[in-house]
Design a protein around this ligand. Structure first.
Ligand SMILES: Cc1cc2nc3c(=O)[nH]c(=O)nc-3n(C[C@H](O)[C@H](O)[C@H](O)COP(=O)(O)O)c2cc1C
Length: 167
């Protein structure tokens, strides 16, 4: 049986809230791993990964993910499947909306991993995003500041879509 892990910072409020909702809806085992303390072994230990990657610093990864990048650049993710979720603020950071999801997806793909979980970008208003191409985001982007009322529906729809590809 394949192993699935959800990696996110346990010290966040909003990302952790999303992760808890995902955990509640997920059917089957889902290991929770604190991205702030993730070892190389933990990063290689799974077949399927859900990564919680909010955007910080005007279009950057938060520090705890940034610190893992050098190690991840040496990892071979061939045969592994990833789905990325992340918070952003489309009004205040419309030129960098959810960029970190795109940055992480690029890194995973470069290292041979498969990224699933594209979502429709129609219902958002922003200028630019590194997570966006051809009407879609490469992962799930949630906006607590402007569209918090859509979070639950977006999470539910996304879980249905990715769970069947992570068996
Ligand atoms: C200093 C700072 C910079 C931010 N930069 C961006 C950004 O470039 N793009 C974006 O979409 N959101 C940006 N945001 C919004 C956050 O992604 C958003 O508040 C998110 O919900 C944070 O999630 P977290 O608290 O779980 O880390 C920024 C927020 C802060 C405080």
């Amino acid at each position: 049986m394949s192993k699935t892990g959800i990696f996110y910072s346990f010290n966040t409020h909003k990302t952790a809230q999303v992760a808890k909702k995902i955990k509640e809806l997920w059917e089957g085992d889902l290991d929770e791993v604190n991205a702030e303390k993730a070892s190389d072994e933990q990063l290689m230990a799974y077949d399927n990964y859900l990564l919680g990657v909010p955007t910080w610093w005007d279009g950057e990864l938060p520090n705890y993910w940034d610190e893992l990048v050098p190690a991840m650049e040496d990892m071979d993710f061939k045969g592994k499947t990833f789905a990325i979720f992340g918070n952003g603020d489309q009004k205040k950071y419309g030129d960098n909306f959810g960029d970190a999801v795109g940055i992480m997806a690029k890194l995973i793909t470069q290292q041979g991993g498969k990224v699933i979980g594209e979502t429709d970008a129609d219902d958002y208003e922003f200028e630019k995003s590194r997570a966006y191409a051809d009407g879609k985001f490469i992962g799930l982007i949630l906006d607590f500041e402007n569209q918090a009322n859509k979070n639950n529906t977006r999470i539910k729809t996304w879980i249905k879509q990715i769970a069947k590809k992570m068996v």
